[in-house]
Design a protein around this ligand. Structure first.
Ligand code: C2E
Ligand code: SIN
Ligand code: SIN
Ligand code: FE
Length: 384
């Protein structure tokens, strides 16, 4: 490996090791390794118990042809972890494979190439470089597969020996970064699941609202992303928004679970859930609790100042309160509650449009519509 290759690899290693977001890490690993090997396409597999999961792919030719990113061509899918397929073979043996033409493998080759992807997309996979992603303990945690090396003229050629060397160094950086990111993702998932469970238990909800927190917090995150907030804000918001109704812990069941409409007195007791929530989360000692408190306090304020508990208006309402207000109402209307049936989505959307600049912050409503496709995906995923 020459000096400039080496410094490139170190640069890439540093880039990878600082990425904690798994999706972005998958993208960076594929992008940088394709660059180093000048490969048209690449796929990443992660070993999970007794399977190999295909998790991410990029394919320049098909991305140009269909004008979409590689991961839209293909959803993650599990692959049998056996020596009969190429990725499985590399995962189980730890060998690096450099293949000239996968359509013409020598007769005694223990693995085969499956043409189903190629047939489906009219793609011709030819040269391949497949590397194990090996962690520091020598365990293979995944497989990196690069397809169709290109020469200066864009012709498909075999992978160069230099690329094999550079890529095997890069693969070890990638493996370490992946392992770290997966560990921290596990901790985050456990953390979020703990928050959902605690808040659900605390609020003692009826089963109607089992996935309310999952949906509502994801809607909030999507809206904030469309507003252009950074990853750190999105993450804190995702974790803090499930706490919005924590104050319902102090609302009597006869009110919370009442099948019909609330009387004026019942309504004023119910409205206290905002202040009770802010009180439960008082003296915040970290950003998460601090944002949770702010959301608990302000998620029923209205842009026009006619909300509760304080009747503050416009930008006096913190952005996390304006976002969670919309996410909360979208969810309350689009699914069944003890006191009401689910509304059809068209009706919910019409109300949100009508309340732009009245109940809801106008930019938040615009961001909601920009992210509406993703919002519908969350809605379908957690449909009860
Ligand atoms: P929730 O069920 O999560 O509803 C959250 C918010 O969604 C409501 O805040 C309201 O802004 C909106 N929303 C829900 N249903 C409707 C609807 O039919 N039409 C319209 N335009 N908006 C709707 P709100 O009103 O401050 O209520 C806060 C919480 O108080 C509700 O949370 C629910 O737990 C309780 N609640 C409100 N009204 C009733 C009711 O009539 N009966 C019962 N049993 N509980 C109610
Ligand atoms: C409160 O918790 O009593 C209100 C303080 C606030 O506006 O956040
Ligand atoms: C909620 O999910 O915010 C409250 C609805 C209920 O308890 O019925
Ligand atoms: Fe609430």
């Amino acid at each position: 490996m020459n000096k400039s290759d080496l410094s490139k690899i170190i640069e890439v290693g540093l880039l990878l090791s600082s990425e904690r977001n798994l999706e972005k890490l998958f993208d960076k690993i594929l992008k940088t390794s394709r660059e180093v090997a000048n490969a048209d396409a690449g796929s990443l597999y992660i070993k999970k118990a007794h399977q190999l999961e295909f998790i991410s792919s990029q394919n320049e030719t098909l991305e140009k042809r269909f004008k979409i990113d590689g991961n839209r061509l293909f959803k993650p899918f599990p692959l049998a972890l056996t020596r009969e397929n190429i990725a499985g073979y590399v995962c189980l043996t730890g060998e690096i494979l450099k293949i000239k033409d996968v359509y013409h493998l020598p007769k005694d080759t223990p693995y085969s190439f499956f043409k189903s992807f190629d047939n489906r997309f009219e793609y011709r996979s030819k040269s391949m470089l497949v590397l194990p992603l090996t962690d520091r303990d020598g365990h293979v945690i995944g497989v990196l597969q690069l397809i169709n090396a290109k020469d200066e003229n864009g012709e498909t050629v075999s992978f160069h020996d230099n690329a094999v060397k550079a890529l095997s160094t890069l693969a070890s950086f990638a493996a370490i970064s992946l392992k770290n990111a997966m560990l921290s993702q596990n901790v985050k998932d456990a953390h979020l699941s703990t928050i959902y469970r605690l808040v659900n238990a605390a609020e003692y909800r009826d089963p109607d609202t089992a996935y309310h927190l999952e949906r509502m917090s994801n809607y909030s995150r999507i809206i904030a992303e469309q507003l252009g907030y950074d990853d750190e804000f999105l993450e804190v918001l995702l974790y803090a928004s499930p706490m919005h109704d924590i104050g319902k812990l102090g609302t009597p069941d006869r009110i919370l679970l009442k099948p019909g409409r609330l009387t004026v007195d019942e309504r004023s007791i119910m409205e206290k859930h905002t202040i009770i929530g802010a009180d439960i989360l008082k003296n915040p000692d970290n950003d998460l609790i601090s944002m949770g408190r702010s959301i608990a306090m302000t998620h029923h304020e209205r842009w026009d100042g006619k909300g509760y508990p304080e009747g503050i208006k416009g930008e006096e309402i913190p952005i996390e309160g304006r976002i969670s207000a919309l996410a909360d109402v979208f969810d309350a209307l689009s699914v069944k509650r003890v006191y009401k049936e689910a509304w059809p989505l068209e009706k919910v959307v019409a109300l949100i449009r009508e309340e732009r600049g009245q109940q809801f912050c106008p930019y938040v409503v615009d961001a909601f519509f920009k992210g509406y496709e993703e919002i519908q995906q969350v809605y379908s995923k957690f449909k009860e």
